[in-house]
Each structure stands twice: as C-alpha cells, then as structure tokens.
Design a protein around this ligand. Sequence first.
Ligand code: FAD
Ligand code: 2HG
Ligand code: ZN
Length: 472
Amino acid sequence: MSALPDNFIREIEAVVGAVGMVCDAERMQSYLSDWRNAYRGEAALVVRPASTEEVAAVVRLCNQYDIALVPQGGNTGLCGGSIPDASGTQVVLSLTRMTGIREVDTENETITVEAGAILQAVQEAAAEVGRLFPLSLGAEGSCTVGGNLATNAGGTAVLRYGNMRDLTLGLEVVLPDGQIWNGLRGLRKDNTGYDLKHLFIGSEGTLGIITAAVLKLYPAVRSVTTAWVALPSAHAAVQLIGIIRSLCGDRLTGFELMSRQSVDFVLRHVGACSDPFSETHPWYVLIELSDTQPDAPLNELLEQGIGEALERGVVTDAVLASSEAQVAALWAMREGISEAQNHEGPSLKHDISVPVSCIPAFIQTTDQRLLDQFPGVRIVAYGHVGDGNLHYNVSKPVGSDDTAFKAQQDAIMHVIYEATTGFQGSISAEHGLGQAKRAAAKHYKDPLELALMRAIKTTLDPKGLMNPGKVL
Ligand code: FAD
Ligand code: 2HG
Ligand code: ZN
C-alpha cells in the first residue's frame, strides 16, 4: 500500500470499511495471478465494494488521485485481463461481494443480477422458476456475470442461444469518473440511438465497471440427448453439422469438436474419464440436442442423423448417452481438455475463429506449417466448431525444455494468426484480448477500427485509468 497516498487509503476505508479491503501480501496473492499462473502482477491494494454506490465512490477516488484500476470478477479469464501490471501501483477492484440476484421477472422473461454473481448461481436461480439462463462454460462454477459481460463470453451453447452480448438486455455501469449509468432496462426493443450497452460488453474493464445486468431468460429444457461421435476428419465435422442441423433445427444446442490429441490428454490426466470406443479415431464430436417438451423424440432424431452420416462415411462410430451419469461423463471429457493440457507443460492458447466452412482447410494448412517449422509440437485443437471457433492450442514436444518452447511462442503464434487472417478469421473468438493479445491486435486488426476504439476509450476514460495495458 506504500505506493498509495495515505489520504486515499483513509478515504477508501471510509467507503468500503476494513472488510472491503485486502492489504496483506498473503491474502492478496489469489488476486494477482490467474489460475494457470500464466500471468502475474502486483497491486497496491485490493478493494471489494459491496454495492454500486460503493463502486462509484471508489472509482471517483481513483479518478481524483489518478490511480489506475483493474476490475476483477472470478479471475478465470484466459488473456490476463484481470491481472494488474508489475508496477505495484494499481488497485484491483474485485466485484466478488456483489453477488445479489436483484429480480427474477417471469412475465418479462428476465433476470437482473449483480456483476459478482457466479454464473452457476444465475443458472440455478433461473432453473428455480422453470427457466433457462443458457450461457454455459467450463468455468461456470467460479466465473462472474461481470466477467462474462466484460469478455463477451461464449461457451458451448452459442450455437443455439448466442454469446453474452445476445443474452443481455440492459446494464448498470460505473463510468471512469464515478458516475453511475443506469441502463438496466429490460426492453426487447429500444431504438433510441446508439445502443450503449454494447460498448461495455466485451470492453474487458477498459471503459467502466459493470455493476449489474438485465439478462434474458428462456424456457427450461425438459428433454436432452447427448452423443459422442467418432469422425475420420475435421471436414466430416462440417458435413455432420449440416446433416444434424437440417434434421433437428434449433434443437441442436451443442456441437463440440475435439482432436484425438485433446482426448488423449484428458484420458491421461482427468480422473474417471474413459474412452467410449475401443479403437482410436482422429476426431470426435460431442452433440447435444435439447427440447422444451418432455419426451421429445430426440434419440430418434439423433439416431436418424447419425445413421445417415454413417451411410455417407461422415461418421465412423457413435454412442448415445443412456443415463445422466453418461451425459456428465461425456461433458467431463470435453470440459476437461483445458485442465488436462496444463499437465503437459506450458500451453500456448490461440482462441481463433474462421468461417465454419474453412475450419478443415484452416486445420490442414496450419498443422502442416507448424509441424514443418516446429517439429514435435503437440497441437491440441478443439472447440465450438458450429461457431467457427477453434481453441488451436499448442503444447511443447515431449521431453523438450519449457524455456526453449516458450521462446518460440511468438513464432508459433505468428504462423497461426497469419493462417487465421488468411481465412478472414479473428485472432480472438471468445476470450478477448486482455494483455495476451494486445500486441497481436495492433498488428492484425484494421487500423481504422483500432482508431475508432481509441477514440471511444479517450472519450470515456481520458485519464486512461481503467485497466491500462489491456486491449488497446
Ligand atoms: P475475470 O477473469 O475476473 O475478468 C475477465 C476480464 O473482465 C478482465 O479484463 C476484467 O478486468 C474484466 N472484468 C471482470 N469483471 C468486470 C466488471 N464487473 N466490470 C468490468 N470489467 C470486468 N470463455 C468463453 O468465452 N467460453 C468458454 O467456453 C470458456 N471456458 C472456460 C473454461 C475454463 C476452464 C476457464 C478457466 C475459462 C474459460 N473461459 C471461457 C474464459 C472466460 O473468459 C471466463 O471464464 C469468464 O467469462 C470470465 O469471467 P470472470 O468473472 O472470471 O472474469
Ligand atoms: C473451452 O472451450 C474454453 O473449453 C477454454 O474456452 C479454452 O483453455 C482453452 O484454451
Ligand atoms: Zn471455448
């Protein structure tokens, strides 16, 4: 705290009390690095306000004393956006005490929640009234709605319900000067000029602090069918999604692609996972169909689709889950990839998107270039293929040195991002830019778009105190 003026500290304490401050080095640690320990920083103080008014007062004080703020939710982000820099002068503003569910409105099909609410708690609150809040991702037990909004999180149900941007009707935001913008309208239609909420969604804490949101509710799902399918190629995945979609329409809620390398890592490191097939296959897809009607004929539909795909040689083998335990086991294989890859040494993450039809060519081209230039690297490609979103991650060659591998990080990234832009894709599909991809965005993003982003940033945050060093 020595980096901070005494008066500032006294005034912060007057706002949040001792309970809302974390000052000692040991307790601060969990706020200073991410779960993979890929990013680490220092902070002068961690502040944990308990209400929007407290957030506003803290932000006003930071503005008055010219102190930079790093907003933080569950700290599960994968680009280092919630981690302070190394200067030890920044204040981490954690929203984790603001967990309230303010309102569940079943007539208007909305739920109003505070930014620190854990995603799973929001899903559960929706389920209690027979509704669905569909955002779904591996970190849902610890990520917050504020973080989901700030990164415009995607996950495994985007195919049917869209990403966080699509699920949001209104926001409450504390602006960099401490003003509170109350945009908590639950209106489905509101064309009164620029839609300001979309500025803050995906802004990764660089434009303001999101304190609450009005989110959309959907009818609860009452039938689900899940299948694990083996494929001869990534091209087959694109063919298969076409077959299943034309047969099942909106009932297709999940379509997750995994390479054999991804599955191998899970089988090796995630307890209780086992391969549903006796033979290995180059690619797998986890398919989920769901319906709001109980007893919808989902098994029959999926069997029909997979049967047609088997006949055409698009699918090699398939199993349908026959119990809730099997459904959970299949999803555990998919959700376990991220954790499993950590056990294989440093993993270089590339969360890219390309048009769905280009996924097979992207994989073929990039695999070839990478393996030519960096023999032995292990490519862990998986993701939300129906959204054109691949986690094209790279693990070091077996037995190689961590430091030597990390030294190749930029060269590996270059190969992957050149291929991505070659296919008119994006270098960040759902995880954001944070500090990890700031330099790459400068290189790969359209200069006019970057200039417009900078103009917005300067207008809202002229002192540059909101999460500096991230995004731009
Ligand atoms: P944090 O990590 O705390 O913060 C993320 C960013 O948001 C930072 O820039 C931070 O400054 C900013 N921020 C946080 N709260 C606020 C706020 N209230 N106001 C303003 N800015 C704020 N992402 C996907 O999109 N799809 C996935 O499938 C997916 N799966 C994941 C699986 C695992 C195992 C893990 C660890 C992560 C996964 N993620 C996924 C990453 C994802 O971005 C986060 O899990 C989640 O959206 C971040 O929420 P958080 O509360 O942890 O935010
Ligand atoms: C997922 O889809 C997440 O599992 C995490 O987005 C991806 O760890 C990753 O690279
Ligand atoms: Zn993902």
